[in-house]
Ligand binder design. Structure first.
Ligand SMILES: [Zn+2]
Length: 288
């Protein structure tokens, strides 16, 4: 469950001083190009729960624990930026024009599945990850991966370690996960926390599950109450990501609250979605 001991292992930088050094080193790109990777071998876990460690919710796929109400990080108000299109009077962003062909606004959910052959052609390595997860899931589309790196490095400067646990999953990978959950929990229950093959956003290569030392790199709704989880909720939009399955929007997204699952939509859309505290479905006005 633990990231291997090494220079980059955040948990190894317990003291404020060391932590700050780690952050600065990261910011200066002096270490950890392969950060979480940091020389570790891939201790791939059983494919059943794969992507995630045994006993933890495998995202899309949360566990059923009730979300605490500490998600207020995600509730922060509008940012006051004065970007193009903003309503200067109120300091609020106007809704951007939506390009139906924008690849980063691809909607995948229970009613908008991908087919089994869909695979992004620009998957790129992610540098910052929990070292004991499946190496096959350490990819996102190039632009999303680059923005995730910026996010992780900015968090590090603030003293927070945010790394991925699982990003891209193939259709086949999701099939194995789904079948395993159905076997364990039955189809109806599995459908509340996992995704059928083709219905997982992870197949887009535009999302990732993240975690941090404070929750021992697990996927748990408690993450919303941690410093890292709060930072993520408050700042991920600056890097083009949104909290994809927010608290209180389960009826729209079809999934339980997942403070660890972030989806890349581009900075413009993310800023507006964050400001309005809406879902991707609402942003795209696709609620069927
Ligand atoms: Zn996820």
């Amino acid at each position: 469950m633990k990231i291997k001991e090494n220079l980059c292992r955040p948990g190894g930088c317990e003291s404020g001083v060391l932590r700050r050094l780690w952050a600065l080193a990261l910011a200066g790109l002096l270490v950890c190009a392969p950060l979480a990777g940091c020389g570790s071998t891939d201790a791939a876990k059983d494919m059943g729960d794969s992507g995630e460690l045994a006993g933890e919710p495998a995202d899309g796929e949360a566990e059923g624990d009730t979300a605490s109400d500490g998600a207020d990080g995600a509730q922060s108000g509008a940012n006051g930026s004065d970007a193009d299109g903003s309503n200067a009077e109120a300091g609020r962003l106007s809704k951007p024009e939506i390009d139906p062909d924008d690849p980063y606004l691809l909607l995948v959910n229970k009613t908008h599945p991908l087919d089994d052959t869909y695979k992004p052609d620009d998957l790129a390595d992610i540098k910052y990850f929990a070292a004991d997860r499946d190496a096959a899931a350490r990819y996102m589309r190039k632009e999303a991966a680059e923005h995730f790196h910026q996010l992780s490095e900015a968090a590090a400067v603030e003293g927070h370690e945010i790394v991925i646990t699982t990003a891209y999953r193939s259709y086949g990978f999701q099939s194995v996960l789904w079948n395993n959950y159905v076997e364990k929990h039955g189809e109806a229950e599995a459908n509340t926390f996992s995704a059928r093959p083709g219905q997982s956003e992870h197949q887009t290569g535009l999302c990732t599950d993240v975690s941090s030392p404070s929750v021992n790199y697990q996927l748990t709704t408690d993450y919303a109450d941690t410093e890292e989880g709060r930072w993520l909720a408050e700042h991920c939009h600056e890097y083009g990501f949104i909290i994809r399955f927010p608290l209180g929007k389960e009826e729209i997204t079809g999934y339980q609250y997942e403070p660890w699952h972030i989806r890349y939509v581009g900075t413009e859309a993310a800023a507006y979605i964050h400001q309005e505290q809406i879902t991707l479905e609402e942003y795209l006005n696709v609620l069927d």
